[in-house]
Design a protein. Structure first.
Length: 339
């Protein structure tokens, strides 16, 4: 049985409660469109202010969060034509941003039409990020023995380093690459070797146990791999191994290649760039620790700040922090935590 527009159920709701899959009545009052993606923009006080609803048929609708919109149940097409009231002329079609409405022919009176929906252009498609090829991956050497033997070698090289020995003792029971806690211990061991003991070679050999792991979609496990990739990239850059560093920097962008939908990829790139421009550098926590003369807490927060800076460094900096400034900050943090 063919559904008629009259059979559809209409309801009013605030724009802030719109979700993916809702069919809404467009501002021209005669068409509906399905929402494919919803994003909130905040005002300068951090409160949600504007809803950006991307439509399945293309384009984005900007609606104030408190505006009441009409949601239509039973619509299935991307854009659905609703019947015009008898006393209204046909409305103007949807227009892309930057196009002008069609003018009436010369000698005719003004034509009263419903206002058209002007849709802003989509954000630019993010550049494709290609993963490293086989020749590039060959620049990362295979581990010298089993993962357990690599850890044991690091512990033997630093028999008086309590932090290394504690981590090595836990890992000596067996390295399980499916365990998030095991990956975290390996990442911590690599950072302990480089940051505290200045053992770049030992740190790189441990980090490489993680850098070759593929992205499996688990953010918890990937965070340890990501931290090791950033550390390995920095060590290689400092050692003049730029080609090898580029491999790590390509690998750290692996999650950015996973989204196949063009619009979702654009939105993900926008969110990712925002996080790079506004990184959490733990300023409040560090200043609080300094005020309380808590040197242990200050060092732990500075280590987290160092990881954030190394991550930014592996991404080539951001729009707010350039590479020169990043190098200076990383050097300062290394000096502070090693003191």
């Amino acid at each position: 049985m063919t559904e008629t527009p009259a059979a559809r159920h209409h309801r009013e709701q605030q724009a802030g409660s719109l979700t993916t899959g809702n069919h809404i009545l467009l501002p021209d009052g005669r068409r509906t469109a399905e929402i494919d993606q919803v994003e909130l923009e905040h005002d300068d006080f951090g409160s949600p202010a504007l809803v950006l609803a991307s439509l399945s048929g293309g384009g984005t609708l900007r609606v104030a969060i408190g505006t009441m919109v009409t949601v239509v149940d039973g619509a299935h097409d991307d854009v659905t034509q609703l019947p015009l009231p008898a006393d209204l002329p046909e409305a103007a079609p949807l227009m892309e941003a930057g196009t002008a409405p069609e003018q009436p022919a010369a000698g005719t009176g003004p034509l009263a039409v419903a206002p058209a929906v002007v849709l802003p252009p989509l954000p630019p498609t993010p550049p494709a990020v290609n993963g490293p090829g086989e020749e590039e991956l060959a620049l990362i050497p295979a581990p010298d023995g089993t993962p357990e033997s690599v850890v044991e070698a690091a512990a033997e090289a630093h028999p008086d380093a309590e932090g290394v020995l504690l981590l090595a003792d836990r890992l000596s029971k067996g390295v399980n690459f499916k365990s998030g806690s095991c990956l975290k211990d390996l990442s911590d061991l690599a950072h302990e070797l480089f940051v505290t003991l200045k053992d770049a070679d030992g740190a790189l050999s441990v980090a490489d146990l993680l850098t070759v792991l593929p992205y499996d979609g688990n953010p918890g496990r990937w965070s340890s791999v990501e931290a090791s990739l950033a550390l390995a990239s920095y060590i290689c850059r400092q050692d003049g191994q730029d080609k090898r560093a580029e491999v790590y920097e390509k690998l750290i962008r692996t999650p950015e290649n996973q989204e196949t939908d063009a619009f979702k990829a654009r939105m993900a790139a926008k969110v990712r760039q925002r996080s790079l421009n506004e990184p959490n550098l733990y300023d409040k926590e560090i200043f609080r620790s300094i005020d309380n003369s808590n040197h242990d807490a200050e060092r732990e927060w500075r280590l987290l700040r160092l990881e954030s800076l190394l991550f930014l460094r592996a991404h080539g900096g951001s729009e707010t922090i350039g590479m020169t400034e990043l190098e200076r900050r990383i050097s300062n943090e290394l000096e502070a935590v090693r003191a």
